[in-house]
Design a protein around this ligand. Sequence first.
Ligand SMILES: C[S@@+](CC[C@H](N)C(=O)[O-])C[C@H]1O[C@@H](n2cnc3c(N)ncnc32)[C@H](O)[C@@H]1O
Length: 293
Amino acid sequence: MHISVLLKESTEGLALAEGKTVFEGTVGLGGHSRALCEMIGKSGFFIGTDADQESLAIAEERLKDLPCKKLFACDNFRNIDAVLAKAGVEKVDAILLDIGLSNRQLDVVPRGFSFMRDEPLLMTFRSEGDGLTAREIVNEWAEESIADIIYGYGEERFARRIAKGIVEARKDKPIETSGQLAEIVKKCVPKFGFSKINPATKTFQALRIAVNDELGALREGIAKGFEHLAPEGRMAIISFHSLEDRIVKEFFRQKANEGVATLVTKKPIVPSDSEVKENPKSRSSKLRILIKK
Ligand SMILES: C[S@@+](CC[C@H](N)C(=O)[O-])C[C@H]1O[C@@H](n2cnc3c(N)ncnc32)[C@H](O)[C@@H]1O
C-alpha cells in the first residue's frame, strides 16, 4: 500500500476547479490523481504519466469511477511535450510531480530497490524494456565513476571505500542481486553503533538516481512543464531529498526573479507531525508550489 504524501497540501495548493486540465507526471498508484480528478469534475481533463507500466495500470483501474476525461501514458514526465501533443493539449492549468518511488516499488516489485531483500539488481522505474540498470553500473563501470555517483547522488562520505569494495567483489563473481550489494556495502562502511539507517541506504539511493537519471528528468520535466502552464497555472513539486529540492528551489527562484512566476511557498511545506507519525516515510518530503504569471 502506498500512502500519498502531503496529499491535501499539494492538491489544494493547485487550486483547481471544475473543467480544468491537469498534468500529473508521477501517477504511481493514483492517490494524488484521485483528489485531482475529483477537483476537476466531469468536464475536466486529467493527463497522467508514470514510467512504471504496472503502477499506471493499477491507477487507471482505481480511477475508473471518476467521470473526468483521462489520458494515461506510460512515459517519463520529461517527455511532457510529446504526451501533451498526443493529448491534443497545448496548455495545462496545473502540474503535479510527486517524485521518487512508491511503496509498491520499494516493498513489492522485485527490481532490487530495497537492500532488505535479495532481488535482481535492476532499480529501473520502468517495468519493461532495456536501458541502464544498477547491475550494469556495479559490474561494468570504472571504480572512479561508481565512487562519483555514490558520493554525488548519495552524499555518502564512504563512497570511495564502497566503490573499491564493489570492484574487488566483482573480480570474484558478478554482483547480481540487491542482497549481494547490501552485504558488500556493509563490509566497507565502519560500524557506528548509534546509526539508525542501514549502511546501504545512501548507496542504493545513489544507484537508483543514476539508473533513472532522476535529476536530469526533474530538470527537464519542470522546465518543459513550465512552458506548458497556462497563465495563472500552478505547479506543485514534492521532493524527497536535498538534491531534488535544490533543483526545484533554484528553478522556482529563477522564474520568480525573471518576473514570470509567483512563489506560493517561500519556504517548502513539510508534513505535519501527525502525518509523519502515521507515515514515517513522509518525513523528508518537501512541497513547493508556484503560479505562472
Ligand atoms: C512517490 S510515487 C507517486 C505516488 C502517487 N503520487 C500516489 O499517491 O500514489 C512516484 C512515482 O513516480 C514515478 N516516477 C518517478 N520518476 C519518474 C519520471 N521521471 N517519469 C515518470 N514517472 C516517474 C515512479 O515510477 C513512481 O510510480
